[in-house]
Design a protein around this ligand. Structure first.
Ligand code: PLP
Length: 359
């Protein structure tokens, strides 16, 4: 069986050595030494000034929305994982969907301004599949209209834009370190900001608002993560370069060998060092994708229809017209990409894809 992804696992002895230290210290959670070490090492690896390690990527989004005190309407993308939309709604904000660019698959910056109303407080955009949004255009619009910007950078581990980590853009960027992501801590996530005040606020919020043992700075939540999760992060971080290199190799091999397949690929933003986290392909029609998916499944190959459905069609959001996202979400699938995928398996997937399209 060839699944779309497989979580990376480090050699078990390397994880165990961290776990033995936890047993020694008997410090299991609450900002322990491994959480601190992971935060420091991630800052160095990613070359970002600040970050906070949190429980998951969804809490990261909720902390960001809270810390920026967003209300009213948030302009967002219909082509993302559900947590982008649901986090905004969970924080009592209304998602206003702006359609995506058919090439980059990210929110179409040219359509943002016409969606701004006096109720708009922010733009919440996803760098889909690790491909940076039109950050310069979005930041310019935000400045002009006095809006905050949050980037859901859950797919972006290792992506750089104009020579800097893509995590360093926006008022706040968030990420997920879930087991399915390119770098993971089983469950986990982070918030990034260049603003020390915002960072302080989110640090309080992550830990119930505690300011010393008997004082509370603000309303908070339990957004912390544990020593066991940090241990997995530290064990995995050693392999981050290797994981990124392998993705790149797989991605380029697929692209080269799928040239004759009738499909479209994501257009990667200029000035980007891409992380090759996913390989989405767009097939000509929804019928074709169904046919090809069945054919692949019959050969025990399991791609994923990421992202389907388009979020503007959810039954708990207002109605918006996003024809591009609607059409893309019906025709997109992500091909198997993971650390353990062999060249025989990739060649098999490629062969079956051609056979399925001509079937
Ligand atoms: C994975 C993901 C999330 C959620 O992260 P969790 O760690 O699973 O909570 C949010 N947004 C996007 C785009 C994601 O892919």
């Amino acid at each position: 069986m060839i699944p779309v992804t497989k979580p990376f696992l480090p050699p078990v002895e390397e994880y165990e050595s961290y776990i033995r230290d936890i047993w020694q210290r008997q410090w299991l959670t609450n900002n322990g030494p491994l959480v601190n070490e992971l935060e420091l090492k991630l800052k160095v690896y990613l070359e970002v000034p600040h970050l906070l390690y949190v429980a998951n990527g969804t809490i990261a989004l909720q902390l960001a929305i809270r810390a920026l005190e967003l209300r009213g309407q948030i302009i967002t993308t219909p082509f993302s994982f559900i947590a982008t939309t649901s986090s905004a709604m969970w924080e009592n904000c209304k998602p206003v969907f702006v359609d995506i660019n058919p090439g980059t698959l990210n929110i179409d910056a040219e359509k943002i301004e016409e969606a701004i109303t006096p109720e708009t407080s922010a733009i919440l955009a996803t760098h889909v599949f690790g491909n940076p949004c039109d950050i310069l255009a979005i930041d310019e619009i935000a400045k002009k209209h006095n809006l905050k910007v949050i980037y859901d950078a859950s797919h972006c581990f290792g992506t750089r834009y104009h020579g800097r980590s893509v995590y360093s853009y926006g008022d706040i960027s968030t990420t997920s370190f879930h087991a399915t992501k390119i770098f993971h801590t089983v469950e986990g996530g982070a918030v990034f900001t260049n603003d020390p005040e915002l960072l302080r606020k989110m640090a309080y919020m992550r830990n119930f608002g505690f300011d010393g043992p008997e004082n509370f700075a603000c309303v908070g939540i339990n957004g912390k993560n544990s020593e066991f999760h940090a241990a997995m992060g530290l064990a995995n971080l050693k392999y981050a370069d290797e994981i990124l290199a392998k993705r790149k190799e797989l991605y380029l091999y697929y692209i080269e060998n799928l040239e004759r397949l009738d499909k479209q690929c994501q257009v990667i933003q200029k000035n980007t060092t891409y992380n090759y986290a996913y390989l989405p392909i767009l097939l000509p029609t929804e019928d074709q994708i169904r046919k090809i998916e069945l054919y692949l499944n019959a050969n025990l190959i399991y791609p994923r229809r990421y992202f389907f459905p388009s979020l503007h069609t959810l039954n708990f959001v207002d109605k918006y017209d996003c024809p591009v996202s609607l059409c893309v979400s019906k025709r997109v699938m992500c091909l198997p990409m993971h650390h353990k995928l062999t060249s025989e398996e990739v060649n098999f997937v490629i062969r079956i894809l051609y056979r399925a399209q001509n079937y």
